[in-house]
Write a protein that binds this ligand. Structure first.
Ligand SMILES: NC(=O)c1ccc[n+]([C@@H]2O[C@H](COP(=O)([O-])OP(=O)(O)OC[C@H]3O[C@@H](n4cnc5c(N)ncnc54)[C@H](O)[C@@H]3O)[C@@H](O)[C@H]2O)c1
Length: 255
């Protein structure tokens, strides 16, 4: 049986984290040749090793997405490794500080906007420059359910994720005519290190109980459930999907 990403070179950011590492495994099993990146090198290296152990192809390249120079070098390394860039999963992110806005510092606001939104812009910018040289590609950006609705204590994250959806829609319009599809995935709460950090806060455990019931399936997601949707969005099977914000959220946004 042919694999739906066979022959495609794909860059994944945040690949050392929960969703990124699980997605990398799914993409690798679907035949993608992967460049995995993260600021955390041991976790990123482990994700690449897991893909290779499963019979896939992956290299790890460390990058801090707070730096445009590092993003440019990362995309350059991906093109150099496989000769082209067909796909990208712009997934790295940082969580909210759980503070109402009057207590949030400008530095905390700027970190969320920088990594959760500006870095996505910079990744798209350099990725499309590479993809245009080979006639097209597909990009998936990780937004969130919180790209469409608010949450107390998460203003900076919610603002950034709403921005990712708007950026995705505009990028889809910019590059659709040139054969590059740009879409956003909106995960509901998914069991990753990010959620462990948030839910381990005793003040937030009750909040998480409430959020579970907001997912109409009555449970949180697993990272590979996000990866399965990303696999399809990056593949030619999604050839008419562009500028879309696709919820994979167990029904969070539906009730
Ligand atoms: N887990 C959820 O419930 C959930 C829900 C909706 C959206 N998301 C989004 O999914 C994405 C992945 O989140 P996750 O839950 O896997 O979290 P995670 O914390 O497990 O992974 C995030 C990864 O991003 C990396 N990263 C952070 N700052 C970076 C930087 N400056 N440069 C490069 N890499 C950096 C981290 O090192 C980490 O490996 C994020 O964009 C997050 O906002 C997560």
């Amino acid at each position: 049986m042919s694999k739906i990403l066979e022959g495609k070179s794909v860059l994944v950011t945040g690949a050392g984290g929960g969703i990124g590492a699980a997605a990398a495994l799914v993409l690798g099993n679907a035949g993608a040749k992967l460049v995995l990146s993260d600021i955390a090198d041991s976790e990123g290296e482990a994700a690449a090793a897991a893909v290779r152990d499963a019979g896939g192809e992956a290299v790890f390249v460390k990058a801090d997405l707070g730096s445009e120079a590092e993003i440019k070098a990362l995309v350059g390394a991906a093109v150099e490794t496989y000769g082209k860039l067909d796909g990208a999963f712009n997934n790295a992110g940082v969580e909210q500080r759980n503070k109402p806005l009057d207590q949030l510092t400008l530095e905390e606001w700027e970190l969320a906007i920088r990594i959760d939104l500006t870095a996505v812009f910079l990744c798209i910018k350099h990725q499309v420059q590479a993809m245009l040289k080979t006639g097209g590609g597909a990009i998936v950006n990780t937004a969130s359910s919180l790209g469409q609705v608010g949450l107390a204590g998460a203003g900076e994250y919610v603002a950034a994720k709403h921005g990712v959806i708007g950026l995705t829609r505009s990028a889809g319009a910019d590059y659709g005519p040139q054969g590059i599809r740009v879409n956003a995935i909106l995960p509901g709460i998914t069991m990753t290190p990010m959620i462990s950090r948030l839910s381990n806060d005793p003040q937030l455990s009750a909040v998480f109980d409430g959020l579970r019931s907001r997912h109409s399936m009555g449970r949180f997601g697993q990272p590979d459930e996000i990866g399965q949707a990303v696999k399809w969005m990056l593949s030619d099977e999604a050839s008419f999907v562009n500028g879309a914000a696709i919820a994979v959220d167990g029904g969070y946004l539906s009730i």
